[in-house]
Design a protein around this ligand. Structure first.
Ligand code: UDP
Length: 236
């Protein structure tokens, strides 16, 4: 049984075509990809969902808000996304549980490691919401931290917007940018490559947790990444 944490940005739930913060068609696409991957068996899947489509703590802080208050708004945004994703995955027949790092008993279960692992063993897709429950982080770091805590094999960092891995230069600005098939953590740190937040990168390095960065929006790609196929870029 392969145990995986998938990190999904909030913006992956938004629509490039419309102004929707949470786009039903996009969420349904992601849910279908997740359900199809689960249906093939051999997989325990936890999802950490971001909130950048709704609010980013840093945005409020730049406008003069207290950083901690602004980050709590961001964490609440991740819960909204998690509930949208839960609903969509369940409409495709897969049981799910949302577990939050901030307690909100009427909405979702609190995060308890042993309970999360039990859900995974029972074939439920577990969606971790509210990041780590602490301000001054983005959801990249809880993706790495939860992965270590539940003893996942890999963190899958799903991208959107057409970037299908890690490049030496920004591929949207440089036509000659070259994609890496594989990188070491030290190379990512030395070149300051934008894989995940640096806090998450150093955490993964210290805990020997590989990260695969891949294009989440290409049909079938999530299944390939979950199967361990060499899509995108592997950092280890
Ligand atoms: N956040 C936080 N602590 C955490 C995780 C998230 O304070 O452990 C806040 C932070 O303000 C962040 C926001 O929640 O900007 C949304 O998460 P993120 O920026 O990671 O969303 P994504 O870019 O993945 O959509």
């Amino acid at each position: 049984m392969r145990r995986v944490v998938l990190k999904l940005s909030g913006e992956a739930l938004a629509s490039a075509a419309s102004d929707e913060t949470i786009d039903a068609t996009t969420v349904d696409f992601l849910a279908r990809e997740i359900a199809a991957a689960m249906d093939r068996g051999g997989l325990e899947l936890a999802v950490v969902v971001g909130g950048g489509n709704i609010w980013r703590g840093a945005t409020g802080a730049m406008a003069g808000m207290n950083r901690a208050s602004s980050d709590i708004m961001g964490m609440l945004g991740t819960v909204i996304n998690a509930l949208a994703l839960q609903d969509a995955i369940e409409s495709h027949g897969r049981p799910t549980r949302v577990m939050t790092a901030l307690s909100m008993d009427q909405v979702a279960e609190p995060y308890i490691r042993r309970r999360a692992v039990r859900h995974l063993e029972k074939g439920r897709v577990v969606i971790f919401a509210a990041g780590m429950g602490n301000p001054y982080f983005t959801t990249d770091t809880p993706a790495a931290q939860r992965a270590a805590e539940i003893e996942a094999d890999v963190v899958l960092k799903g991208t959107h917007g057409g970037v299908d891995g890690v490049y030496d230069l920004d591929p949207r600005a440089h036509a000659d940018a070259v994609r890496f098939d594989e990188l070491s953590f030290d190379e990512v740190i030395a070149r300051d490559l934008r894989v995940m937040d640096m806090t998450a990168i150093t955490f993964c390095k210290d805990n020997r947790l590989p990260i695969r960065v891949f294009d989440l929006m290409a049909p079938g790609n999530l299944g390939r990444a979950l199967d361990g196929a060499p899509v995108g870029t592997l950092v280890r």
